[in-house]
Ligand binder design. Structure first.
Ligand SMILES: Nc1ncnc2c1ncn2[C@@H]1O[C@H](COP(=O)(O)OP(=O)(O)OP(=O)(O)O)[C@@H](O)[C@H]1O
Ligand SMILES: [Mg+2]
Length: 401
């Protein structure tokens, strides 16, 4: 069996191998290398006569013991394993039985990845068994982005990989050392191995898939914020490409900035954004591009034009609060409300939803941008909306293409 080439984790591996008994909980942000570390340590332990790796996943919660079962299976005869089924509603006895089995098999290593998804019976055993086996050489190696707070054990948080470790990974994958350009791109990953691997492999499709998967597990607010950030942070000749302010993202999305604070924390925990004094930025331009390129064209255009108007100072602030409250109390249904727009407002609404900026709509209508902005505000108020994206969606609903 070939050992997984793990680079730059010598300290962590030494700490795990020194431990030998008890619980080690490996934590760290997505893609930092928790699974890779567990795999490498399991392979190492197997070569020394230890036990197997079990990976828990969301769906596994469906059946009792589905998390821990696969790890325990190799330690038991078929009969003994099937006999466990009779004990699934007797957790104390089950723990006793398994403790006896494990004690007889020591030294053993039980590795459980994504332990936060463990089914309840396994989660109970992961608490009860280590305590029961305290004096025995059984090592529980658990991993989770955020391990449950009440899980006891030695916490080992994986940090960013060093530049040398990234260069070693590149050499492993390419068969030769990275050139200066690749080294510079790897430095931009700030030590994040999953991103480094995608860059080394030149796998943009894989990178997009990874980002999509990260966002799929995020809250809608976080997804919106990351989307707005991908547009606001687009580098170009205008003033875009700067750190993203929550105020701007709020204006663009029609959200209150305070409502985006948790979303920002979430996007940082996912490793997509980092925060600084000047605002949030994508951790790597490739991440921004992956999010940006994944947007549907109409949403991208609406956000982009909103961003341009924001930067041009023709701010589409959300409505005057009083007006907002007044309109919300008797807001007509948007579909019918379209008819209440004046002829000019309808023209403005159509142009904006077709992807014009305030400026270009103003030029088309021979109006000043600020007049367009005023009309647009009235349109938003009458339609009971507060963002260009909503306007675009509304217009698309009216005229199916
Ligand atoms: N130290 C390392 N040396 C070599 N490759 C690594 C290292 N750490 C991670 N990798 C590679 O980086 C990628 C991401 O790592 P991994 O899947 O282990 O991350 P993770 O922390 O388990 O992420 P998640 O939270 O999404 O489960 C994998 O392709 C893995 O092989
Ligand atoms: Mg993992």
């Amino acid at each position: 069996m070939t050992l997984t080439q793990l680079r730059g984790r010598g300290t962590e591996q030494a700490a795990i191998r020194r431990t030998r008994r008890g619980v080690v909980i490996v934590g760290g942000e997505p893609g930092i290398g928790k699974t890779a570390l567990l795999r490498a340590e399991t392979e190492h332990a197997a070569a020394d006569g230890y036990a197997a790796l079990a990976t828990a996943r969301a769906g596994d919660r469906i059946a009792p013991l589905s998390t821990l079962g696969p790890a325990l299976r190799p330690l038991l005869s078929a009969d003994a394993f099937h006999a466990l089924a009779d004990l699934q509603d007797k957790p104390l006895w089950l723990a006793e039985r398994l403790a006896a089995v494990l004690a007889a098999k020591a030294p053993a290593l039980i590795a459980v990845d994504e332990v936060q998804w463990a089914d309840p019976l396994s989660a109970y055993l992961l608490r009860a068994l280590p305590a029961r086996l305290a004096g025995t050489r059984v090592l529980w190696l658990l991993a989770a982005r955020e391990a449950p707070a009440d899980l006891e054990g030695h916490r080992l948080r994986l940090g960013p990989l060093s530049a040398e470790a990234l260069a070693e990974i590149a050499t492993d994958r390419l068969g030769h050392g990275p050139d200066a350009a690749l080294r510079a791109r790897l430095a931009g990953t700030r030590g994040l191995p999953w991103l480094a691997v995608r860059i080394i492999d030149g796998d943009t499709a894989g990178l997009s898939r990874d980002v999509r998967r990260l966002l799929a597990g995020a809250t809608p607010h976080c997804r919106s914020l990351v989307t707005a950030a991908a547009v606001l942070g687009q580098p170009d000749k205008a003033a875009l490409g700067q750190p993203i302010k929550l105020d701007d993202a709020g204006l663009l999305l029609g959200e209150q900035p305070v409502d985006l604070i948790d979303a920002l924390g979430e996007a940082i925990a996912l490793g997509l954004l980092t925060d600084g004094d000047d605002g949030a930025v994508f951790r790597h331009e490739l991440l921004r591009r992956a999010v940006h390129d994944d947007l549907t064209p109409s949403v991208r255009t609406a956000l982009r034009n909103g961003a341009i108007d924001l930067r041009a100072g023709a701010e589409l602030t959300t409505m005057d609060e009083e007006l907002d409250a007044l309109l919300k109390s008797e807001a007509p249904r948007p579909d019918h409300a379209w008819g209440t727009l004046t002829a000019t407002e309808q023209r403005v609404a159509t142009l904006i939803s077709d992807g014009h900026t305030n400026r270009s709509a103003a030029a088309a209508l021979h109006l000043s941008p600020s007049t367009v902005s005023t009309h647009l505000r009235a349109v938003f108020a009458k339609l009971g909306i507060n963002s260009r994206v909503q306007l675009t969606r509304l217009a698309m609903r009216r005229q199916p293409t």
